[in-house]
Design a binder for this molecule. Sequence first.
Ligand code: MG
Length: 373
Amino acid sequence: MRIDAIYLHELHIPLVQPFVTSFSTTTTRRVLLAELKAEGLTGWGECVAGEHPYFSEESIDTAWQVIMQELAPALLAAEPEHGGKCPGIFKKVRGNRMAKAALENAVWDLEAQMRGVPLAELLGGIREKIVCGVSIGIQPTMERQMAEIEKELAAGYQRIKLKCKPGWDTKVFEAVRNRWPDISLSCDANSAYRLNDADHIASWDAFDLLMIEQPLWADDFYFHSMLQKRLDTPICLDESIRNRRDALAAIDMESCRIINIKVGRVGGFSEAIAVHNAAQERGVPVWCGGMLETGVGRAHNIALSSLENFRLPGDVAASKRYWNEDIIEPEVEVSSKGEIQVPDSPGRGFEVREDLIEALTVRKEEVKALALA
Ligand code: MG
């Protein structure tokens, strides 16, 4: 396909409530959207990098720069036949996976429209519905934590994930299990612990957690494998898995028994599918993590989650949990059974509200094609 123009947009959107993890608090999301024009159609991609380089080395400012200077000019020059060609086009640029994913996913979005097939089908998805869990940030008090869980269970979510950190862990799990002995419960430490916390973490086996997500360093497999030997509870890796090779290494080393796939973290749909397939071949279930996406990223996560090995509830939740007004129509809704319907219409299955994007945009820039030598 010939891509005629690429625009980057930065939007500022306040979250419905602040989201607190072991490493940061987000109150207003700075969102980077890529808009690709081709053959009279518009494809959208969302860069899930944070406001600061805390979750990964990337931030939306580094992504903006790398897209403007390197990735987008390369894409304009390349005329990719399909989304799967993007990793090759971007190969010269090391890392910067969230920046790459914003463009690659927009190309897949365009391709689905051009072929007249649902994005989920183009990715190889087979599920008509996906099962949803929620990720609940660290709350200021135990009362608030319990109230948040109660609200999400009442809304139908099938798995509760609690963000945790030293000092906000055992007492919370204990209180939750006393009140709800049977719910599907997991935790996410975002690398807040060290191997000498192994005894402490092993004591959580008593709480029958579905998994413990990323307890140790973001760049580690070895110490996670040592920790996993001490636990009955499966470790799930998130930050550590950057690509298919990482997934293979982590599975072979028994550093984890579950993998969280975030399409931005692995560089786009092509690599996300590769991670999914590698895990599936080895009997390791995956699920789709969230990065406080607007509707564009959320729609893409729904399509990805329709692949067969997304066997555990993901963090893909309703728009209204995050935004007063989402930038897509219809907004993402979750049924009382905790499920999202995978769209069966061509493309991403949700209209992008360009008027609202325009109103929320604080910075917009068009990528200039490189002058031909
Ligand atoms: Mg995580």
